[in-house]
Design a protein around this ligand. Sequence first.
Ligand SMILES: Cc1cc2nc3c(=O)[nH]c(=O)nc-3n(C[C@H](O)[C@H](O)[C@H](O)COP(=O)(O)OP(=O)(O)OC[C@H]3O[C@@H](n4cnc5c(N)ncnc54)[C@H](O)[C@@H]3O)c2cc1C
Ligand code: FES
Length: 362
Amino acid sequence: MSDDRERRVGHHADPRPPTDLFRSGRPDRFMLGLARLAARLEPLTARLRPGHPPPKPTGDLSVRVVRTERPSPDIAVLTLAPVAPETTLPAWQPGHHVDVVLDGGVVRQYSLNGDPSDRSRYRIAVRRIEGGLGSGLAHGLREGDVLGLRGPRNAFPFARAERYLFVAGGIGITPILPMVVAAHAAGLPYRLVYTGRSRSGMPFLDELPEGPDVSVRPDDEYGPPKAADLTRGLEPGTPVYVCGPAPLIAAVGALVPTGTPFYSERFSPPPVVDGRPFEVRLGRSGPVLPIEAHETALDVLLRVRPGTPYSCRQGFCGTCRVGLVEGEPEHRDRPTGGAPRDGGFTPCVSRAGEGERIVLDL
Ligand SMILES: Cc1cc2nc3c(=O)[nH]c(=O)nc-3n(C[C@H](O)[C@H](O)[C@H](O)COP(=O)(O)OP(=O)(O)OC[C@H]3O[C@@H](n4cnc5c(N)ncnc54)[C@H](O)[C@@H]3O)c2cc1C
Ligand code: FES
């Protein structure tokens, strides 16, 4: 099993009630403005910090935006083709995402949602987050722009099965769409429930297979779905794939019978529910930062250094990793393919014991 995979059998571990956590935590405009500026300056400032090379400005693959579509003001659908002619893009399967290297070395993940058999182009869809750095930069891309990619990588593998239940919420359709298309093409029985606030925020409606097993449920037409509507008719043992807001994932996970395979992918980090307070020192003689039980070391680093690089915030991409000088961390990252940590510390997820201090090479 891949280390990247978020896989659960039975109940979902997120204990928070399925209230609208997805819409909570509105970004502080001033801090995000600072973060945006700092990200643009990061390649320069990083060069001035000893021992810290600037973030790689390009990815392993150079691609050009060959098509931009705006199905709604909040969603940009980008088609990307290799800059070098005659280049075949790496193979991918439903569930794969790519790391997109944006202006200033900002890296964000986006799920591939085009046709896996077409190795001449990739397609991604980006929902604009209010005040969001990466999604704002992605929405600024125009046809002809060149950007870097890393991957593809799979944190949400699509396993062969006899039938499926798919549940997607809004932009969460991106990894689910190629799964639905593959199941449909293979003639396998499946049910798709696609939810969202309104049709305008639900991309790819026109690409869904037609039939009684596809249920499109915008909230403004049907009201918010009840959890039981999402899993209605689920036979024990039928694999469930869900991607969308945290409350949707939690609601579906809570209804999946024990022993039934449950696969979910989150686009934003899970809350810290089992943390204890600890301290981080920046270098041997730098300031000491207290980390509260409910926050991550990265949250605190971003407050004092808004340009701190990060990407997945879930401990699998390695973007935020920094050197560990002293202390005994609780490593909670999941390096891709079991890659070694090399004495590093991953502040988006890793912690230290209660009241303990770790010293980072910052
Ligand atoms: C495996 C994977 C696949 C992904 N696939 C897609 C995809 O296909 N399409 C897509 O649009 N996004 C996708 N994402 C999310 C994407 O990588 C970015 O996290 C997202 O675009 C927000 O980045 P940002 O830089 O604009 O926001 P940031 O500047 O990092 O954050 C700005 C504010 O928004 C909050 N925030 C961050 N992410 C979200 C979110 N998803 N929802 C609500 N609030 C958020 C932050 O907490 C912060 O307060 C995926 C993420 C992962 C891990
Ligand atoms: S941001 Fe991806 S591992 Fe920390």
